[in-house]
Design a binder for this molecule. Structure first.
Ligand code: CP3
Length: 362
């Protein structure tokens, strides 16, 4: 049965622990999922991807839904995250780029000045129709498990575009920001529009929550974040809220963002992702020093701890759960993505442990 275009495809999942926690309620157990759960730590992923370039896989609905389902079937996580990539909307809109295994996104002609920014295309919804189709299939297949959609935030996308690839110091990006602020704001404004359009497509197709990744925002001082980034991130998160009301939680995450947590929340996030450098109880304190309304946080087990043997994993998982208890809601996750060589069985055991030690507690 096809739905009229103006009717939401979104399921009512009022009991799903992820959504209950994201809205500040009391879930049956602490929900857990893992950033980068769909990917190279799984042998079934490597088999499915064999011979298919990453970005082609992201636009092939059957592959997207299969790869998105794999960690849900294997680990019993409380959410699926759409298999895609933060640079996909740029690629789909016509930017010449590739994802190189072991390196990351590489851009053919980096964006270095006003003319490059003016030439940057905007994303049109039909260019990511394959993603929308995969989301529609997935929400039917997932049953009661929520699907998280996502996009990259303007600063992180701009860093790839300006540097031409992954960067340790983001020096060209920061040079553009400080030497040509008008060009910078034009670039981030365009990236915000493309990102918002990509998220609207996913929401219209039925995702239950969204995560905006600003992975490299932690490279910025609070001043530069506030002046050069926050207005654009705010445009996206406000746009999502205007599009879907409070029904679709907005998770916002970056690495090394301990000094930016309040600014990232104030950009319009309803859930703040925290990496492993800031204990969750300290993050809660930073976000709500007067204890008016405890925030909802996501995180933050160090992904490298997963290599340290089960005793260490268990005690660190329990520490994170204990530190998360002061939050208004806690979504358990790693402090950044699953590392490629992680033993997938450790992920499954973490899910079991988070569920068993939190059931009936909150
Ligand atoms: O979380 C999930 O499982 C969903 C899928 C997902 C991917 N990328 C798949 C992917 C998500 C959420 C992303 C987001 C992403 N992509 C981010 C933000 C999150 C973060 O890690 O900070 C960033 C910065 C990127 C850019 C990117 N894409 C990098 C750095 C890499 C790794 C390059 C490498 O090979 O080391 C990619 C490629 C990528 N994205 C892979 C996957 C599964 C690996 C590609 C492959 O399997 O060949």
């Amino acid at each position: 049965m096809s739905l009229p275009a103006n009717v939401s495809n979104r399921r009512q999942l009022d009991e799903a622990p992820l959504l209950v926690a994201a809205r500040g309620g009391t879930p049956a157990h602490t929900p857990v999922w893992f950033m980068r759960q769909a990917g190279r730590s799984l042998p079934e992923y490597r088999r499915t991807r064999e011979g298919v370039p990453m970005l082609r896989a992201c636009l092939t609905p059957d592959l997207v839904s299969e790869i998105t389902m794999q960690p849900v079937r294997r680990h019993g996580v409380d959410a699926a995250i759409l298999f895609s990539d933060i640079v996909l909307p740029l690629y789909a809109s016509g930017v010449e780029l590739d994802i190189v295994a072991g390196t990351g996104p590489v851009v053919n002609r980096p964006v270095r000045g006003a003319a490059d920014v003016a030439a940057l295309p905007a994303l049109r919804a039909e260019q990511v129709e394959g993603v929308a189709e995969a989301v529609r299939t997935l929400v039917a297949e997932l049953g009661a498990t929520p699907l998280i959609g996502f996009a990259g935030a303007p600063f992180t996308l701009a860093s790839y575009l300006v540097e031409g690839g992954p960067s340790r110091n983001h020096e060209r990006t920061k040079a553009l920001m400080h030497s040509e602020p008008e060009t910078w704001h034009a670039l981030l404004g365009k990236l915000a529009e493309t990102t918002l359009e990509f998220l609207r497509v996913q929401i219209d197709a039925g995702v239950d929550a969204v995560q905006l990744f600003d992975s490299w925002a932690g490279a910025l001082s609070p001043h530069d974040y506030a002046v050069y980034v926050q207005p654009h991130t705010n445009r996206i998160l406000r746009g999502v809220a205007e599009h879907s009301g409070e029904e679709v939680p907005r998770i916002h995450f970056g690495v090394g963002t301990g000094e930016l947590l309040t600014a990232m929340r104030d950009s319009g996030a309803s859930v703040v992702g925290v990496d492993w450098r800031v204990p969750l109880d300290r993050a809660v304190n930073r976000l709500d020093p007067q204890q008016h309304r405890p925030p909802v946080v996501q995180g933050n087990l160090d992904p490298a701890v997963l290599f340290a043997g089960w005793d260490a994993v268990r005690s660190e998982t329990e520490r994170v759960l204990a530190e998360g208890r002061s939050a208004g809601g806690h979504i358990f996750n790693l402090g950044h993505g699953v590392l490629p060589d992680t033993d997938p069985d450790v992920l499954t055991r973490i899910v079991e442990l988070v569920h068993s030690s939190s059931a009936g507690r909150r």
